[in-house]
Design a protein around this ligand. Structure first.
Ligand code: GRF
Length: 230
C-alpha cells in the first residue's frame, strides 16, 4: 500500500520566500512530503498570504494576544499537533522557542539560519560577518534544540565575502542559495530514517560529523552524494 506523504507544518513570521521554495519542491514532487499548513505568530506576515494564495491551510497564532510565552506556545503547540506533522519547519520564524516547547516536539523541529553555524547564532548575521572581517559566509540547516541556533547542523551552503559587500548584498546573494539548501535538506531527511537522539545525528546509520555541503555532499534534489562522516 502506498504511504501517505509526510506532512510538514511551516512556521514563519515574515515574507516567506523559503516557504515558497519548499512549496515549489513539494509541487514538483521531489520534496517527499507536503505542506499541511503554514502558521505564523504575526497576522501581517506576508508569507501567510502567499500560503493562502497557494491554496494551503493557514493559521495565525497571534503572539500579541497572549499574556506570556507559555500560553502562546501552548496554543501554538495545540495548533501544530492538529495537523499531525512529521516535521515542523521554521522558515523565518522570529520567536525563540522555550525548552518545554522543543521537548514536546523533540527531534521534529528544523530551522534554516543565515550563517555558518556555530558562527553567528542569533540576529544580524550578515553584518556580524562583515564586522568580524570574515572571508566566507553562508547558511545552515539545523535541528532545533533548547539552545538558540545551537542544535546539530545538518547541511550548509557557503559564499565568499567580497570587499565591497554590505549586509544587504550578502543577504541578497545568500537567499537564493537558502532556497536550494532548505528543500534539498528536507528531501534528504524525509527520504530516510534519521536518528536524532544522538549528537552527532545519524544519517543512513552513520554519524554526521560535519555538515553536508550543498552540491558537494548533498545534491540539489536531496540526494546524498557524499556522507559527512569521513
Ligand atoms: C532567511 O534569511 C532565513 O535564513 C532566516 O530568516 C530569513 C527568512 O526569509 N531564518 P524568508 O521569510 O524565508 O524570505
Amino acid at each position: 500500500m502506498a504511504q501517505d506523504p509526510a506532512r510538514l507544518v511551516v512556521l514563519l513570521s515574515g515574507r516567506g520566500s523559503n516557504f515558497l521554495a519548499l512549496q515549489q519542491a513539494a509541487e514538483e514532487g521531489w520534496l517527499g512530503g507536503q505542506i499541511a499548513a503554514v502558521l505564523s505568530d504575526r497576522p501581517d506576515a506576508a508569507g501567510l498570504e502567499r500560503a493562502a494564495a497557494a491554496g494551503l491551510d493557514t493559521l495565525c497564532v497571534d503572539r500579541s494576544r497572549f499574556p506570556d510565552r507559555a500560553s502562546f506556545e501552548h496554543s501554538l503547540s495545540v495548533a501544530i499537533s492538529g495537523f499531525a506533522p512529521r516535521l515542523i519547519v521554521l522558515a523565518g520564524f522570529m520567536r525563540v522557542l522555550s525548552a518545554d516547547f522543543v521537548q514536546a516536539h523533540e527531534g521534529q523541529i528544523i530551522n534554516i539560519h543565515p550563517s555558518l553555524l556555530p558562527r553567528h547564532r542569533g540576529l544580524h548575521t550578515h553584518q556580524r560577518v562583515l564586522d568580524a572581517g570574515e572571508l566566507e559566509h553562508g547558511a545552515s540547516v539545523h535541528l532545533v534544540t533548547a539552545d538558540l541556533d545551537a542544535g546539530p547542523v545538518i547541511s550548509q551552503v557557503k559564499i565568499e565575502v567580497h570587499p565591497e559587500d554590505t549586509a544587504d548584498t550578502l543577504a541578497e546573494r545568500l537567499l537564493p542559495l537558502e532556497h536550494r539548501l532548505y528543500p534539498a535538506t528536507l528531501a534528504l531527511l524525509l527520504r530516510q530514517p534519521v536518528t536524532w537522539s544522538h549528537d552527532p545525528i545519524e544519517i543512513e546509520g552513520k554519524p554526521l560529523v560535519r555538515p553536508l555541503r550543498l552540491d558537494r555532499d548533498l545534491g540539489a534534489d536531496g540526494r546524498l552524494l557524499r556522507h559527512g562522516s569521513g
